[in-house]
Design a protein around this ligand. Structure first.
Ligand SMILES: C[S@@+](CC[C@H](N)C(=O)[O-])C[C@H]1O[C@@H](n2cnc3c(N)ncnc32)[C@H](O)[C@@H]1O
Length: 238
């Protein structure tokens, strides 16, 4: 991946950070089971030093901070300045004093070897431009015997929240062939891409999307099933 594309991906996160910030409370509630699964798999307990890579608007750092308590600490990292700001503001609002904030990518962690008891990353590893380099860095700063856990979405088919709307749009607006290895979720980031739909189509798209998602809005609220995977490894304790 070229630096130019890396920068574009990062710029997209900078832009979207305002929305992650705006909907922080909703996202936190919606994805709380994901943080719980990640924390359990990484064996995080009171007193530990924990690294969060690609922490976005604050998760799982904000959930981990009270678990490790004042005798432990959380080190939050993210390369997008807007995300770091949003997460820091939220920690301050909650009076959490055991989180430190760092703006950096996974591939260049500014920490000494063997610094952390556990390292986690929720919904971020799929966006690392160099996944292996990012994971190597995480392993470097992990203490021997420490756990490293990643949470990623499972297949599109079992995640209608992401699938339903894009399937409708596919029928109306020709999509570029997706590079499966490219950092995801930016298919419609190109300015004016959706503007290729003519006004008649916009109404049809709105109607078809409403019909497609109706089944997930039954109880007056939005209720999409979702499935994620947690992958955990342990550094040899030598
Ligand atoms: C979908 S968000 C997830 C944020 C948060 N962990 C959560 O679960 O709500 C993905 C995050 O990955 C971050 N990211 C992008 N490239 C990265 C990299 N090279 N290293 C670490 N994080 C990266 C983005 O800035 C963004 O905040």
């Amino acid at each position: 991946m070229t630096n130019e594309i890396d920068n574009e991906v990062l710029a997209a996160w900078e832009t979207s950070s305002q929305y992650w910030n705006k909907y922080q409370a909703l996202i936190e509630k919606m994805f709380a089971p994901l943080s719980r699964a990640l924390i359990a798999d990484a064996h995080i307990v009171s007193g530990q030093t924990v690294l969060d890579v690609g922490g976005g608007s604050g998760e799982p750092s904000l959930t981990i901070a009270p678990i490790v308590g004042e005798s432990g600490s959380v080190t939050y990292t993210d390369p997008a300045a807007g995300m770091v700001r949003a997460a820091g503001d939220e920690a301050q609002r909650r009076g959490l004093t055991n989180i430190s904030f760092h703006q950096c990518p996974a591939e260049q962690l500014p920490f000494a070897d063997r610094s952390f008891d556990a390292a986690v990353s929720r919904l971020s590893v799929m966006f690392f431009p160099d996944v292996l380099a990012g994971q190597r860095e995480m392993l470097r700063v992990l203490k021997p015997g420490g756990y490293m856990s990643f949470l990623v979405w499972a297949a599109r088919e079992v995640n209608p929240f992401f699938r339903v709307v894009t399937e409708v749009l596919d029928r109306f607006v020709p999509a570029d062939v997706e590079d499966e290895d490219a950092p995801g979720a930016f298919r419609f980031a190109t300015p004016r891409k959706l503007a290729t739909a003519v006004p008649d189509q916009v109404a049809a798209i709105r109607y078809t999307v409403q019909k497609a998602v109706a089944g997930y809005f039954k109880s007056g609220g939005m209720n999409f099933p979702a499935k994620a995977l947690v992958v955990t490894g342990r550094k040899p304790s030598v």
